[in-house]
Design a binder for this molecule. Structure first.
Ligand code: DLL
Length: 433
């Protein structure tokens, strides 16, 4: 089922026309409102008259995460706080967090794009969904909740955590759909096994997973363990939370709601647009939001884009799975490394668990080292040192052949890497840089 055929199956020219019209209105809105953008646009001589088509978006300035941090807490809002209905806050590691404000129109839009995403994933009105994303300042729980209500699903608002209770609910209520982070879905599989819950008999049919990078290999692992179809959903708080883009059952990229979120893929160094198919930084402009409008927001997420019509009938452009983040990329001895590359290798090796951590450090000689901590499956663990060393060397060789950089692999005991109920922490960078 396609939730909004008119929006999701627009012709390329019809989409471009709508985007152009909405961009002009957006520039009008931000120029009329005192504050951040009015000053910025006035300084560069841009007004609504400067925008005659969507291509004119390139005249507009980019917006960065730092801009939002500097405007903490409410200075990016274009409505008075009394007209803002909901606030969310992103967890940052340095400086001020980013606060986002949604007007009632924005919440309605959020419900709409999540309803589209749920349909894209295969949900139907009347289905039951277990929402195990965190409810609260994180946008995952409430976003999936609003969209599920809009589509006419029965929501079980579990939030994250209390894993045994989640699994009892699964066993007793038999919901068809699960929504949570992919790492939590794996953690739940582990706990289900311990509790004697059978994935084949009780498992969800569809999983809607996102909020953190996950590889195709991890998808396979989740699908095998749960016997479900694992669908990728993407979004970020600054734009709307989850619902910016979502896969359909063909799993050939995530359909982006481009009538409301205009996507560009740029070279993060030159800031120039890249051709379809080339990976670069995703830049998004929410065209219709009113609480906290943004122009050309630099997401730091690396994707490529495909404008061909999908077999599912939707013409909305598709972004690739997120390859990594410009700031999650670790540079070790000059080589750019994304955790997802290592994840792909590990999951292809029999005996390893999909739980791992990368530790980067700098030696006294100034050289960086990368250590990969890998969990072995219970049945592969041994007390024999020689056997473990051989295993470590084999994994290191396979990673080195993909990354072209030397790594040290350390096998750790089953369940010794911390599990996560939300976003998992894959990198520990001990270098003070
Ligand atoms: O993670 C919103 C969300 C909730 C998306 C639930 C999907 C499902 P933030 O906490 O602001 O918002 O984090 C946004 O998470 O810029 C990406 O780096 C990463 N991310 C989100 N979805 C995916 C995904 C939510 N499907 C940041 N694959 C984004 C890879 C993702 N990374």
């Amino acid at each position: 089922m396609i939730f909004n055929e008119q929006a999701e199956c627009l012709s390329r020219s019809g989409l471009g026309e709508l985007q152009g019209k909405r961009l002009k209105e957006l520039v009008g809105r931000v120029s009329a409102c005192p504050g951040f953008y009015r000053e910025k646009l006035a300084a560069s001589g841009i007004s609504t008259g400067s925008i005659s088509s969507i291509e004119d978006i390139r005249k507009l300035p980019f917006t960065s995460k730092d801009d939002l941090r500097e405007q903490y807490p409410f200075k990016m809002f274009s409505k008075k706080i009394g007209q803002i209905r909901e606030l969310h806050v992103t967890s940052g590691t340095t400086g001020n967090p980013i606060v986002v404000g949604y007007s009632q129109e924005d919440i309605d839009l959020w419900a709409e794009v999540i309803a589209r995403s749920l349909c894209c994933a295969g949900a139907l009105p009347g289905d039951m969904i277990q929402v195990a994303y965190g409810y609260g300042l994180f946008t995952g729980g409430l976003g999936l909740h609003y969209g599920s209500l809009k589509l006419g699903l029965t929501v079980i608002p579990c939030s994250s955590g209390q894993t045994k209770r989640q699994l009892k609910i699964l066993h007793d209520f038999k919901p068809r759909i699960l929504a949570c982070t992919p790492s939590y879905a794996l953690y739940m599989a582990e706990t289900a096994r311990e509790m004697g819950i059978s994935a084949a008999e009780d498992g969800w049919e569809i999983g809607i997973f996102g909020a953190e990078p996950w590889s195709q290999a991890m998808r396979k692992e989740i699908e095998q363990r749960w016997g479900m179809s694992a669908i990728d959903i993407y979004g970020l708080s600054e734009i709307i939370g989850p619902g910016v883009a979502c896969e359909c059952h063909y799993k050939k990229g995530l359909h982006i709601a481009a009538d409301v979120f205009y996507p560009e893929v740029i070279d993060p160094k030159t800031l120039q647009p890249l051709a379809p198919g080339y990976p670069g930084e995703l830049v998004l402009t929410p065209l219709t939001k009113t609480g906290m409008p943004l122009l050309r927001y630099r997401t730091r997420d690396i994707v490529s884009i495909d404008y061909s019509v999908c077999k599912c009938g939707r013409s909305s452009p598709r972004i690739s799975k997120v390859l990594g983040r410009t700031d999650d990329m670790i540079v070790v001895r000059g080589i750019n490394i994304f955790p997802s590359q290592i994840e792909e290798v590990l999951l292809a090796i029999e005996g390893t668990e999909p739980h791992y951590q990368l530790v980067v450090d700098r030696g006294r000689n100034g050289l960086d080292s990368l250590e990969v901590l890998v969990e072995l499956k219970d049945s592969f663990f041994s007390d024999e040192i020689k056997y473990l060393q051989n295993f470590e060397n084999r994994i290191a060789k396979e990673i080195e052949s993909v990354l072209s950089v030397g790594v040290k692999v350390r096998l750790v005991e089953p369940k010794s890497i911390q599990r996560s109920e939300g976003k998992s922490k894959r990198i520990i960078d001990k270098r003070n840089i």
